[in-house]
Design a protein around this ligand. Structure first.
Ligand SMILES: *Cc1c(COP(=O)(O)O)cnc(C)c1O
Length: 405
């Protein structure tokens, strides 16, 4: 017996066709409804036989543990970052370092579920549109599953590390003349004619795996719920996934407090933050999203309405940060904590700093920033914004001059 069903988030009807990505009746967004009755008999300790990682939380997941396509995703460190906390003036600050996933971003959490489900359905070709990390992750999991993979990328706007990964894992890489939103439209059309099984986060199975980042944070904090969790928001599935995990833990009685979910966007790609500012439940898409944080360079976020619901329902917040603030936060995390993240990930830290300055974050708050991807994903941005290397003749006197002045 399946432990879940797919339902329409908007009209609530059951959706039985596994190949649709929107509600056949109302066109609404889909979501997975888990049957958590068996989990209500359990305690967090009961899951600890399995090492920390996505599959520790199998009773919360819509795929059988025995049918998993896994490369041991999740189980990422939660750093207590006291130097960063002092810099931001925040009481207690932690960084959940998603760059430590197998392909270097949190996307692996969703892909282990998405690709396992695709294999269950008998899919032979999987595909996605991507700003880079989704394609890197999907390509790796398709390899592990032994199925084919096609990825649609916005031309010229994908960070080098991510593009290299998709190519390396053997995906068919299609570079689209247009932005991410255009690439997604094409991928969705191919999925509608059943030429591929779509694994963008509009697929309701992916956020199910992404819930695990919240489960892990709770485990790592011994279920002492933080006041606030801050994430970068692009296509907006991750903040929705974290929200869903919070609600599920509340449903099974493992937590009795809800963290304020806080979504940060780049100033040049901020439909969700703008809607929040206007207290709207829906957002206005942006035609020309632009930011150095390419992973969140998205103007028409698929899960934008879900993200807004997550933010409002938890008493959270949303705001924007500039590219300069993002790059400064990225550098601060590297120089003060030895943690290397890509620009989009640093938006959460930049947001923490800004919201503290605005007085939205209280000085005594316990805050977790989710840092979504690894610094090595985007070496070009780092090199462009770092001090130049010291060119040196092959000679010890010259070295001495450089080092000692
Ligand atoms: C995908 C991604 C995001 C955005 O996540 P959404 O679920 O689309 O909001 C942020 N940072 C990185 C590094 C990503 O790969």
């Amino acid at each position: 017996m399946a432990n879940h069903k797919v339902v329409c988030w908007d009209c609530g009807c059951d959706v039985d066709d596994p190949f649709v990505n929107t509600c056949p009746k109302c066109g609404g967004l889909l979501t997975v409804k888990m049957d958590l009755e068996p989990v209500k008999e359990m305690r967090p300790e009961d899951l600890r036989k399995e090492p920390i990682g996505v599959w520790r939380y199998a009773p919360f997941l819509p795929v059988d543990y025995d049918k998993r396509v896994s490369i041991k995703e999740g189980g990422t460190p939660l750093y207590r970052t006291d130097a960063l906390a002092a810099e931001c003036g925040i009481g207690e600050l932690h960084v959940k370092y998603e760059g430590a996933n197998p392909t270097g971003s949190f996307k692996d959490r969703g892909m282990t579920i998405g690709v396992s489900h695709a294999v269950e359905l008998g899919a032979k070709v999987v595909g996605c549109a991507s700003t880079g990390n989704t394609s890197a992750s999907l390509a790796a999991y398709a390899s592990k599953a032994g199925i084919r993979c096609a990825v649609f990328l916005p031309s010229g706007k994908v960070a080098a590390g991510k593009l290299a990964q998709a190519m390396f894992f053997g995906a068919k890489v299609i570079s689209v003349d247009g932005n991410f939103d255009d690439a997604l439209r094409l991928a969705r059309e191919m999925a509608e004619e059943r030429s591929l099984y779509l694994l963008n986060s509009i697929n309701p199975y992916r956020p199910e795996g992404q819930k695990s980042v919240l489960f892990e944070i709770m485990d790592q904090l011994a279920y002492d719920v933080p006041d606030r969790i801050i994430l970068p928001v692009g296509n907006a599935a991750n903040i929705w996934a974290v929200y869903k995990a919070v609600k599920e833990l509340e449903e099974v009685g493992w937590i009795d407090k809800i963290p304020m979910l806080t979504g940060i966007q780049a100033e040049g790609a901020a439909p969700v933050a703008r809607a929040f500012k206007d207290k709207d439940k829906d957002f206005v898409p942006e035609e020309h999203p632009e930011t150095v944080a390419t992973a969140i360079r998205i103007g028409n976020p698929v899960s934008g309405r879900k993200a807004l619901h997550a933010i409002y329902d938890t008493g959270g917040y949303s705001t924007t940060v500039t590219d300069d603030e993002i790059l400064a936060a990225q550098k601060m995390l590297g120089r003060r904590e030895g943690v290397g993240v890509e620009p989009a990930s640093a938006a959460s830290v930049a947001g923490a700093k800004k919201l503290r300055e605005m007085g939205i974050i209280d000085k005594d708050e316990r805050v977790v920033c989710i840092c979504t991807g690894n610094a090595l994903k985007d070496p070009d941005t780092i090199i462009a914004h770092s001090d130049p290397v010291c060119q040196c003749p092959n000679d010890v006197a010259a070295v001495r001059k450089i080092l000692l002045g």
